[in-house]
Design a protein around this ligand. Structure first.
Ligand SMILES: Nc1ncnc2c1ncn2[C@@H]1O[C@H](COP(=O)(O)OP(=O)(O)OP(=O)(O)O)[C@@H](O)[C@H]1O
Length: 810
């Protein structure tokens, strides 16, 4: 600022001359010096000074580092603007606070001045106004709405947060993470504790060099500041420390506070600056996605641009510092859009071999369709390995289990290489980083059942160890309060989620004393990398998603990663059909019954081999039981070995027996049981209606006991559970039917026959529990049972795509 210094030096010299004369006049006239000037030479000098200073001030008005802080007042009503260093070159303090109208005008002028002279987005403003409850800043409201004035604290807690925000700015500046400025504008601080004032002083000492300017009204001892002292009706100004303008301690002429600006001028200027800031802060979705997909190196972390704040582009990372993210926001707050910004941003910056996405959505409504092929649009995001749309909790559990297994696998490889971090592992093998997103994850953890407790345990493990293995979690939710299963584990899990993302209306992702999410509107987001602590917020704007650009990226990825198959998709709401099974899934002597609710969505079924008990009971009145038995017949018929025959009996009158080679009439069923030849599979629909007498029951039990050894297997649908138990002889026949498919029977009814582990089973439409005593001793497998294609408005469903089987992580 050489021009400034010369002009100021000239003015200072003039002032000094005037000061000497004034002092002499003062000595002669005492207190009346200003009221009754008598020395014509003094008046002449003052006129000269005033003209020169006014001319300099006019020139210097555009200097961004000089603030018009009031009027220097001379005799005869002569005045010229007082310009003081303010911004990167100095702080400003006053002895009285903004209850004095002139001080309030100074505050407003200072805020507008700094904003007007900086590039939009280069200055953040944090206000404190306790004594007048924010009234000082009220005329600048458009700037607060636009987020340029980030907060105006009106109580002691808010004031402390404001100071914390400024301290964070200094720390970030020193660390080289920011290069913008923050104006801490304290219009009034009330009865502030000394500790807080000490912190403001410390800020003033380090702030000039490190991105913080302090305007402190009512704090006349502020270091590095020009201080304006109110003294008996006028103002005395201390010498600016960075550019002294007087030889004495204070400017030798009195000063008047700036006059209050016209309210319409203030409103207009605030509006103009707010609009400018908004325009500059708006990124479009196109700005987030590079023109052509990139292949960034994920070794040290993943980075994605999500929007802008006042300080410029906002980038978020998955790395050791912020391994997992917790996202909150009320419904309609922009969570889905924010996730699209993040996930498309990631997919455009890293290759599918370096980034694997697992996407789970537990809420009703179709999400994540932008990642999967549909009938109308066959493009997809190849990074997505598994996608659950309206996922069952069990599907979520399966994904979490898979990720835990993957961590174990990576730990073995890391031990082999003697390395302890993902970055070091990448020097040997190119494992991808994994990002698992669970939207409305509270559904997974709801209640107090086995799924919830296992999910909590798996989440805890992933949260604690994920960072070392390149496995990252993004949990999004409207609320996490009231999740019973989390009570004991909340801190140990969410303590591992330093990055908090709060969309409008988010209540629980920020600390309870941080209400930043209450002050933002749609399209804005609070980013807090310190676990939601007050004072560590950045308020950014993120763009709405754009379907055309998303499509463009999917098409580009199809070309550049033609070898990557589509994700495996679990549509929680769709039925499945035997007709969708792949040829490889059909095997001889394996009755297919549905699809597992698991990551692989494998076809589920039972093997009919020679071991004792290889029979199947389908239990429950749900009509899908008959359809599932038809699917079993179809799968067995499709791969029937030579010499095997399929017998069938229908007591319901509704079964489709097209795959049955020999149809038993219901009335001859009991008799036929005694004469079943070897290698025969017998399927029965509605066996509860068979009303077997003792002789018939004995024949059935004999067949169950001895059949498998000679290739005879029984697959029956009992709509009435009690009848099934009677027919097989209760507990004495338990081992004779090793497989059961349970439909709409409550868990409590199963325990006496099947075991306590099934008590948690709660039947629901479109799901069944497959129990195979020989295959798994645990709680059975949740499956989507096969239904008839014609009964349910057929849609392409959970068919796993060929070639996708080994794609989870490789
Ligand atoms: N950054 C943004 N800019 C402009 N509009 C946005 C932005 N983010 C979201 N919206 C709009 O707000 C609406 C709700 O957004 P979104 O679907 O992402 O909310 P949500 O929180 O996921 O809601 P829900 O939980 O109910 O699905 C949409 O119409 C969307 O286009």
């Amino acid at each position: 600022m050489p021009g400034f210094r010369t002009a100021l030096a000239n003015a200072a010299a003039g002032c000094d001359v005037a000061a000497a004369r004034l002092e002499a006049a003062g000595r002669r006239l005492g207190e009346a010096a200003f009221q009754t000037p008598v020395d014509p030479a003094l008046l002449a000098a003052e006129r000269q000074i005033s003209d020169a200073a006014a001319a300099s001030a006019a020139q210097l008005r555009t200097d961004p580092e000089l603030l018009h802080a009031g009027q220097v007042v001379l005799h005869e009503g002569l005045r010229f603007p007082l310009l003081v260093p303010f911004g990167a070159s100095g702080h400003l303090a006053t002895s009285v606070d903004a209850r004095e109208e002139g001080v309030a005008a100074l505050v407003r002028g200072a805020v507008l001045h700094l904003l007007a002279h900086r590039e939009p987005g280069r200055l953040r403003v944090v206000g404190v106004d306790i004594t007048t409850l924010g009234a000082t800043f009220a005329p600048l409201r458009p700037l607060a709405d636009a987020g340029v004035i980030e907060a105006v604290a009106t109580d002691a807690r808010g004031a402390a947060d404001a100071v914390t925000a400024a301290e964070t700015q200094v720390a970030e500046h020193i660390a080289g993470r920011r290069d913008d400025r923050l104006l801490l504008a304290i219009a009034s601080l009330g009865q502030a504790p000394k500790s807080l004032i000490d912190r403001v002083d410390a800020l003033a000492r380090s702030g000039l060099a490190h991105g913080v300017t302090v305007l402190a009204c009512g704090l006349p001892d502020l270091p590095q500041a020009t201080v304006m002292h109110a003294v008996a009706g006028h103002v005395e100004v201390s010498n600016p420390p960075s550019a002294p303008i007087s030889r004495g301690e204070r400017l030798a002429a009195p000063v008047a506070w700036p006059e209050a600006s016209d309210p319409s001028y203030l409103a207009g200027e605030a509006q103009r600056l707010a609009e400018r800031a908004r325009a500059a802060a708006t990124l479009t979705f196109a700005d987030l996605i590079p023109a052509a997909p990139e292949s960034g190196d994920p070794s040290d972390g993943l980075e994605v641009l999500i929007g802008r704040d006042a300080a410029g582009p906002v980038r978020l990372r998955f790395d050791d510092a912020t391994p997992h993210w917790l996202i909150g926001g009320r419904t309609g707050g922009g969570k889905t859009v924010f996730l699209l910004d993040v996930l498309y941003g990631l997919a455009s910056r890293y290759a599918p071999s370096d980034l694997a996405l697992f996407l789970l959505d537990f809420k009703e409504g179709v999400s994540f369709t932008e990642f999967i092929p549909t009938e109308r649009d066959t493009t997809y995001i190849p990074h997505a390995r598994a996608v659950g749309v309206e996922s069952d909790r069990e599907y979520g559990l399966a994904v979490l289990r898979t990720l835990n297994e993957e961590m174990t696998r990576r730990s073995t490889v890391m031990k082999r290489y003697g390395v302890a971090s993902f970055a070091a592992l990448r020097r040997h093998e190119s494992f991808p980083r994994i990002v698992c997103v669970a939207d409305e994850f509270q559904v997974l953890l709801a209640g107090n059942d086995r799924v919830a407790s296992e999910a909590v345990a798996l989440l805890e493990n992933l949260a604690r160890k994920g960072r070392s293995y390149g496995v990252h979690l993004v949990l999004a939710s409207q609320t996490i309060s009231g999740i019973e299963a989390l009570w004991a584990k909340k801190d140990s899990i969410f303590g591992q989620f330093p990055l908090r993302v709060a969309l409008p209306g988010a209540r629980t992702v920020l600390e309870h004393n941080n209400d930043a999410a209450g002050r933002i509107s749609l399209g804005q987001v609070v980013i807090n990398p310190e676990g939601g602590a007050a004072g560590a917020d950045r308020v950014a704007r993120f763009p709405n998603s754009d379907t055309e650009i998303m499509l463009r990226l999917r098409e580009q990825l199809r070309v550049s990663h033609a070898d990557s198959g589509p994700p495996r998709v679990f549509f929680g709401y769709l039925p499945v059909h035997f007709e969708q099974t792949l040829p490889g899934e059909r095997q001889a002597s394996r009755a297919l019954l549905g699809r597992e609710v698991s990551l692989r969505l494998d076809a589920a079924g039972v093997d009919l081999d020679r071991r004792p008990g290889r029979h199947l009971a389908i239990l429950g009145s749900d009509h899908v039981g008959g359809e599932t038995l038809e699917a079993a017949a179809a799968s067995l018929a499709a791969k029937a070995p030579p010499g095997q025959s399929l017998w069938g009996v229908d007591f319901t009158g509704h079964a489709n027996l097209q795959d049955i080679s020999y149809r038993i009439r219901p009335e001859e069923f009991a008799a036929k049981l005694a004469e079943v030849p070897d290698d025969t599979l017998i399927l029965g629909w509605g066996l509860d209606a068979a009303s077997l007498d003792m002789k018939g029951q004995k024949a059935l039990r004999d067949l169950l006991r001895t059949g498998p050894a000679r290739g005879v297997h029984f697959l029956g649908w009992w709509r009435i559970y009690r009848r099934f138990l009677d027919d097989i002889g209760g507990t004495s026949g338990r081992e004779d039917v090793a497989c059961a498919l349970v439909l709409n029977l409550p868990g409590g009814e199963l325990t006496s026959h099947f075991g306590q582990q099934f008590q948690h089973w709660s039947p629901r439409s479109g799901r069944a529990l497959l129990i195979d005593r020989h295959a798994d001793t645990g709680g059975g497998k949740l499956i989507v049972p096969f239904s008839r294609p014609d009964t349910d408005g057929d849609l392409p469903g959970q068919t796993p795509r060929s070639g996708a089987t080994e794609r989870e992580f490789s």
